[in-house]
Ligand binder design. Structure first.
Ligand SMILES: [Zn+2]
Length: 296
């Protein structure tokens, strides 16, 4: 069976060799050295070159059938239309840039670029035996990703759903008011609580600090609201929840709020599944999606 490579930037740069729906060997995580510029400060060509270096290391000289890349933002045929969390990518044709960087090191396999939450959804569908149904995933990380599988026409920027009408809710990375990411995103939480890290906010809520308790309720209500909006548009079904902040999730509280928001009985058959390890699933999803594209 042909092997493919998946690479994503959800948390670190994670790269892996995939056969079928399984990772072959270890996931490679990019280790930032002291002299390395952070990804956020690199121009698109620099990001493409770093990806090419990681892909070459994982390929280790063997031929691969295709390469799938997951990046944050609105992506159209390899072109980055918008990317609030990697702003310099806006207007870059990352598919061409990564393919060119790879050609320079002798790798000519086709490259496909996808939204990082969509590859996470594809990976979860592949590893959970859900390739035959519609699934959605919330990725709770620096930003808030919303991925769907199978791929469907549309924008699907669910992380920017409006979940509050309070004009003071303006912490979203895209600049929009009242957005889900403006409440749940890591960067947004840092802006809201300048005196503590997001982990401390959740910790202090457990210690009954009232400001933190109120925020943790808002955090869960926001996710319930966005999920309810999605259910009212696309129906109930399976919602995966992933990303490093999924560890702060209280599923009982989420269910309680969602139950208050979704009252029509045909819409109440929703299921949540928390899957903490988003890197492995996203890498598998990027590789599986690229294999599907290459086979067409
Ligand atoms: Zn936004």
């Amino acid at each position: 069976m042909a092997r493919t490579i998946g690479i994503t930037t959800a948390e670190d740069i994670a790269t892996g060799l995939v056969e079928g729906h399984e990772l072959i060997g270890e996931l490679r995580l990019y280790q930032q050295g002291p002299e390395d510029a952070p990804l956020l400060s690199l121009p698109p060509e620099g990001i493409a070159q770093r990806f090419a270096d990681e892909i070459r290391a994982v390929a280790a000289g063997q031929a691969v059938a295709a390469i799938g890349v997951g990046l944050p933002g609105i992506i159209n045929c390899g072109f980055i239309e918008e990317s609030p969390n990697l702003r310099q990518l806006k207007g870059a044709h990352m598919q061409d840039l990564v393919a060119a960087a790879l050609r320079n090191c002798g790798i000519t396999a086709p490259v496909y670029v996808y939204n990082d939450a969509d590859v996470l959804a594809a990976g979860l569908a592949a590893t959970h035996g859900n390739l035959d149904r519609f699934i959605r995933v919330w990725a709770l990380g620096h930003g808030i990703g919303f991925g769907v599988y199978p791929h469907s026409e549309g924008v699907w920027e669910g992380g920017h759903m409006v979940v509050s009408l309070d004009p003071r809710e303006r912490y979203c990375g895209c600049g929009g008011v009242g957005h889900l990411e403006g409440i749940m995103g890591q960067r947004a939480m840092r802006l809201r609580f300048l005196d503590m890290e997001p982990d401390e906010v959740f910790e202090n809520a457990r210690k009954r600090d009232q400001r933190c308790v109120e925020f943790v309720k808002l955090w869960h209500r926001a996710l319930a609201a966005a999920t309810a909006n999605s259910i009212h548009l696309a129906g109930p079904g399976k919602f995966f929840i992933s990303g490093f902040n999924a560890r702060h999730l209280d599923l009982n509280l989420l269910h309680q709020y969602l139950h208050e928001m979704v009252k029509m009985s045909p819409l109440q058959s929703y299921v949540f599944e928390v899957v903490p390890d988003s890197d492995v699933n996203a890498v598998i999803g990027a590789a599986v999606s690229a294999a599907q594209n290459a086979a067409r």
